[in-house]
Design a protein around this ligand. Structure first.
Ligand SMILES: [Zn+2]
Length: 177
């Protein structure tokens, strides 16, 4: 059996997170300062870069204050999980693909969806893995008028996606919008 997470390396995933988190250059997640110096790599996870903020004098790394921070599973497992959610796979299917038990996967997908609703740093990353409907949901908050217009034109893209277990969740997105 080929395992999906065995085909993807953490280094690439960290690169993707960096690119999407800081497209215009690294800034401090504590104080937003751009006066940053590099501090080598994480002791345990070598692919993870560390930084020091010259403004608030605090250290941080690629994942600090993101949904991926402090996780037991490697970053690639979370990224693949997000990707599979974008394909509308059920928790059960995802648990098979990731070789994890269903309860763990349910927690992961729940937290990822929650992070997306809360507009945590993951939002931009989710766009890259074609979790399109998430982009649309985030847009509802900022641009209710344009969403209304698109809906009026019959642009079905707004309401597609979020299959399976996510369907009930979508209602709560709407009420937030
Ligand atoms: Zn700072």
């Amino acid at each position: 059996m080929i395992s999906l997470t065995g085909l993807i390396d953490d280094e690439k995933c960290y690169e993707v997170v960096r690119q999407f988190r800081w497209p215009n250059g690294i800034h401090c997640p504590h104080c937003q300062s751009e006066s940053i110096t590099k501090r080598g790599n994480h002791e345990k996870y070598h692919e993870r870069h560390r930084y020091h903020c010259q403004s608030c004098e605090r250290d941080f790394d690629d994942l600090t204050k993101s949904i991926f921070s402090g996780r037991h599973q490697p970053l690639r497992v979370w990224v693949v999980c997000l990707y599979l959610m974008g394909l509308n796979l059920s928790n059960q299917q995802i648990s098979k693909e990731l070789n994890l038990n269903k309860d763990d996967v349910q927690k992961m997908t729940h937290e990822l969806r929650q992070a997306i609703v809360d507009k945590a740093p993951i939002v931009t990353l989710s766009g890259d893995v074609e979790f399109d409907e998430v982009y649309v949901t985030a847009g509802h908050k900022g641009h209710p008028e344009s969403v209304k217009k698109r809906t009026a034109k019959g642009d079905g893209a707004n309401s597609k996606g979020f299959g399976g277990g996510a369907r009930s969740k979508r209602k709560s997105h709407r009420s937030l919008a």
